[in-house]
Design a protein around this ligand. Sequence first.
Ligand SMILES: [Zn+2]
Length: 110
Amino acid sequence: MSIVLSIVDAVIARSREEGAEKVTAVELVAGRLSGVEAEALKFCFSAAVRGTLMEDAELTVDVPPSEGLCEDCGKRFPVDFHYARCSVCGSFRVTIVSGQELSIRSITLE
Ligand SMILES: [Zn+2]
């Protein structure tokens, strides 16, 4: 919930800077490993924006695929967990290269 509030604050600050009257759409990116579920995000968002200039904003949450990089064989592969095992050589020395992002991709103002 606090994550959602900080996103809402950031969007409102941005729209004030731009002199917008309202926010009509917000697009977020929430990686599978970001710890934030898209559905939970939408639910919290609708509560957090009530009474603000982004009350009617349409929220889109993009969930990009998460990917790990094997430090031993260099293979990249999709992962579902933070502690992944290389699908090629079996190594546990895997670095998560994507899927942890949680950010605002775009804001549409009016
Ligand atoms: Zn490997």
